[in-house]
Design a protein around this ligand. Structure first.
Ligand code: NDP
Length: 265
């Protein structure tokens, strides 16, 4: 029998560890599946490419999560609240969209003590998912972004929003970098004169980027702030996505354990 095919779509996508995580699980569990990565420049071609390749499911990363939402026939669960999809599954020719990023992030910060206030840097798909989910958990969320247009949906949803121009460093329990600054370059997500006082006043920090020490994470370490990178979030969203891909074929704890092993590769 042909293996069930899965992929991650993004641009860039070569850095993604999702293929390692899912393939290690498939191999360990004896599941007849294969997961690859696909660089997609035009998000409008996601649906067509997905079906042309005969995929059963896929993850979506930067910058196509909003395009993925638009590409689906049906949206389930939390993705409806945020208009952002990171996991799609084919169901008899229909494309069903989900968001597993936000719960993956909650999984990642479960070791942090009570968080009441959060500064999210960035206003893309990840920021939309996290801001909505963290607010559902009762946290007070502020969003700061380089450009103003991307803040519009946050303004409409009643979040505190600021651009670099009017941002005043304040006190937050948790500061999260959800931008792609530092992913392919050495830039900081906020200008240094704004970022450093903000980090000095916070209790915890988290970066959505994984697999490298970003300039943001490096500043956190210099300042001795407890900080996590995006690997734990990746793991959390991956476990949830895999349950959707395989119709809950494996126990969630076992999935987490096996996927975590792939981080050593
Ligand atoms: P989007 O493209 O939707 O949003 C990117 C955001 O980053 C925008 O707000 C953009 O601001 C900002 N930005 C980009 N470059 C810079 C820069 N040099 N300085 C300041 N701001 C910048 O991306 P996503 O939300 O989908 O993903 C963001 C990051 O999170 C990626 O690095 C991705 O790999 C990571 N991620 C990790 C996950 C994990 O599991 N660990 C899961 C999901 C995402 P502007 O509007 O001004 O352009």
């Amino acid at each position: 029998m042909n293996p069930a095919l899965f992929a991650i779509f993004g641009d860039p996508v070569h850095h993604s560890r999702s293929p390692l995580m899912h393939n290690h699980l498939f191999k360990t569990m004896g599941f007849n599946g294969c997961y690859t990565r696909i660089r997609l420049e035009d998000g409008a071609r996601l649906r067509e490419t997905f079906f042309k390749l005969g995929l059963k499911g896929a993850n979506i990363t930067v910058p196509h999560k909003e395009a993925a939402f638009a590409a689906c026939d049906d949206i389930r669960g939390f993705a409806n609240d945020v208009g952002v999809v990171n996991t799609i599954v084919s169901d008899n020719g229909r494309l069903i969209g989900y968001n597993t990023d936000a719960d993956g992030f909650l999984f990642a910060i479960r070791g942090f003590e009570t968080i009441r206030s959060v500064l999210i840097i960035g206003a893309g798909g990840t920021a939309r998912a996290l801001s909505a989910r963290l607010r559902q958990e009762g946290m007070n969320v502020t969003v700061v972004n380089r450009s103003k247009p991307r803040l519009e949906p946050f303004i409409q949803e009643g979040f505190n929003t600021q651009t670099w121009d009017n941002f005043t460093p304040g006190k937050f329990d948790l500061v999260v970098n959800t931008t792609s600054a530092g992913l392919e370059d050495d830039s900081l997500p906020l200008p240094e004169e704004l970022l450093l006082p903000t980090l000095k006043a916070c209790r915890y920090a988290a970066d959505a980027i994984y697999g490298k020490v970003t300039p943001f994470l490096s500043r956190c370490r210099t300042l001795d702030i407890p900080a996590i990178d995006g690997a734990e979030m990746l793991l959390g969203q991956g476990v949830l996505a895999n349950r959707l891909f395989t119709n809950d074929a494996f126990d969630a704890d076992e999935t987490e354990k096996v996927m975590r092993e792939s981080f050593a590769f």
